[in-house]
Design a binder for this molecule. Sequence first.
Ligand code: URA
Length: 435
Amino acid sequence: MRAYDVIAKKRDGYSHTREELAYLIQGYLDGTVKDEQMSAWLMAVYFQGMTKEETVMLTDLMEHSGATMDLSAIRGTVVDKHSTGGVGDKTTLVIVPLAAAAGVPIAKLSGRGLGFTGGTIDKLEAIPGFQTSIATEAFMAQVNDIGAAVAGQTQNLVPADKKIYALRDVTATIESIPLIASSIMSKKLASGAEKIVLDVKFGNGAFMQKQEDALRLAETMVDIGKGLNRQTVAILSSMEEPLGYAVGNSLEVMEAVQTLQGKGPVDLTELCVTLAGYMIYLGGKAEDAQAGLKLAQEILTSGQGLAKLKEIVAAQGGNPETLDDFSKLPQAEFKLEVPSLQAGTIVGIEAKEIGLCSMLLGAGRENKESQIDLAAGVWLHKKIGDKVQAGESLATLYYSAEYAHRAEEVVEKLQAAYHLGENSEAKTLILRVLE
Ligand code: URA
């Protein structure tokens, strides 16, 4: 087989065999397929697309391109959740304890954030003492013991994705649905979960800006899950404004705890109950999705979810008391209110800009080497549909002396990110569930 012929086949719009895809993936990893050949093939896929069968085969080959997690020592059906990411997305901190409290074993491997805000691992590290680096045996023992563990990824999962993603990033081939779907799903599947709940977001603060693209991505990922015998459900949710009010690591921990206390924002609570409800259903702890959602809500209302989060925090070396007393979480040196320049109704909030504001204050990584300031971020006071008076605060900025020189710039950016009008349209958070 020659890489040239495989590239030409995709360029001309034909479908690949499994052998051809395996030749490309393995060849690219061992160096027989060169960067320029893989780049040409990726561009051919960008224009010609891939069939469902090809996408399933590609995902399978990528999943097995390196180590995979064997979670068979965990009792019960392990269910995982993945979000395509967005601004203020702290759902993992809420849904892990909700689903675990219902008896669904959760073995969650999460990442750090590159860009606007931290990832789940950064957020958890805002809890003093919390350890996110756990050996695999101890990780699985904790899941068997208390029902859940959340750790950073240590093994070399899906090396093919690492190498191909880096190439896509510099060859303008990121934006291809089969490539995105196989990239995300290969990593999820290699993490060992039997069933998967996906939160696929659309909107200006999401990876997929357009609703129809997010829908196609969700459909493709559900098809991959089915094709590889791992039941997958995708929830299509809006990221037209930040999720909840808090954006920034320590601030997001506080909001996640408030949500588990039943005092969280309506949108965050609705999304978390839905995601956890589907996890409970897929994990076999509810007869159907409706019953799963009901159970998730009961666990939240009764405080069992918060109790479970405290158990997880204690098991991973953190101080659970910090969740009752937020003054024990990292605190910013400075606070600044952002006044609205006019009166009106909020008709839009550019979520991406709010993420950028938070990053400029130190809450996210501007590059791989950046150190995150766990206390920094933005706490919004107004969401779409709210009324505001001129001079009333839209948000509070939290930052340290190191970033104080940016405060004025962030105030202006944040004011510009809010769009005011007369009336706002009703917003829908969860658009569809795909099974
Ligand atoms: N996230 C991923 O993991 N892969 C992609 O291709 C795009 C977003």
